[in-house]
Design a protein around this ligand. Sequence first.
Ligand SMILES: *Cc1c(COP(=O)(O)O)cnc(C)c1O
Length: 465
Amino acid sequence: MNWDEFAHWGKHIADWGADYHKTLRDRPVRAQTAPGEIAAQLPTSPPDSPEDMAAVMADFEAIVMPGMTHWQHPRFFAYFAANAAPPSMLAEQLVNTVAAQCMLWQTSPAATEVEGVMVDWLRQALDLPSGYSGVIQDSASSATLSAVLTMRERATGYTSNREGLSGKGHLRIYCSQEVHSSIDRACWVAGIGQDNLVKIPTHGSRFAIDADALQSAIAADIAAGHTPAGIIAITGGTGVGASDDLGRVLAVARAHDLYTHLDAAWAGAAMICPEFHAAFWDGVAGYDSIVFNPHKWLGAQFDCSIQFLRDPQPQLNTLKIEPEYLKTSGDAVTNYSEWTIPLGRRFRALKIWFLIRTYGLDGLRTRIRNHVAWAEDLAEAIRDMEGFEITSEPILSLFSFRCHGSDDDQQRLVDALNDDGRIYLTQGAFQGRKVVRFQVGQFDCTRDDVMVARDVIAEVWEKLQ
Ligand SMILES: *Cc1c(COP(=O)(O)O)cnc(C)c1O
């Protein structure tokens, strides 16, 4: 392909993209395909001779698009949103085109320097103290793994990268029962082990970790000769939005000199709105590591996860490695690949710059405030429906409900709704029962998109009776 053809197809795809987004409401949200249906339409071996780009594009529309679930659909209420605001998509097109490897300052100084400034813009937007720095990672899972590795190294006097963990006893990490599975996996991968991830029960209307039980578990582990290494707190858990009392957890950590990581992957975006701080952010200052995904609610196209660090040194001591071919002269610059596990890095900061400049923080705050208000309105409407109950009240824009019947009936309702296609949502587990989970957070959704869910749920449920 030559560059004139590239320009032609680039324009074609930009037009295609605008049409796609303008007509999204006409499509079923979740793909309506059977397993194997898409693969069966592809040739089983690669072509030896070149094909026309027009043919490739035609097949993309005919074969691939019917098998896509539309994450940017305004009636996407499943999981959490993965918003791609238009300016962030444009930034990604520029990043794709320049295609730089931004692992070191010198491999693209602008990427490193824009990243440093964007981390600081978001630090201010989230009202974290000025001492925090940070790094952009691909996902919250990677940031959490980096923090868990740092806990491991710090608790072993920075010897376990070199010596391994053998003979070092049991390192223990504490969290609530509501944490995301990425915390479990970080403990597996770090060699801590699932059995040494101590999950503490929650209490109260925000399902916060029981700080007294946390304190007792740590004391019991010390008495048993184990080594407490760190605590992972959550603001906005994935299941029902569980949020810990950050100040109380931090006080327990400080009393035992434990490293702290806060998982605010989803709810961190809402912390650009000061009115949510009293309930969810009090005590955040002081956490050693905090992760928040601009690629969820905020609008920065996937992938983009920010890890704020109170002091980057413990993580650098854990992850930095400098073979000869990566050495650069002088240490006046930041080489972000030393802060993370992967060496190669994309220029992810550009989409944050485009996003915040074109909407302003106020434009983004308005969306988040609307989503929270609409989730509350819909929860009220479902509460009033005959045969339905709210099982967890809205925490920010996330709540869950059940229809009358068994766990199987909840799944039948979810499947029937997703087969219907007008809305998309998923099931969850809460207090030992299956629930229907609902979150509002798609960038383009309107109050009508949210409230229509009530009628769709009523209609589909009626048909199942
Ligand atoms: C989405 C989510 C994660 C995982 O995020 P990735 O970026 O996909 O790794 C972790 N924790 C919480 C609370 C989440 O909502």
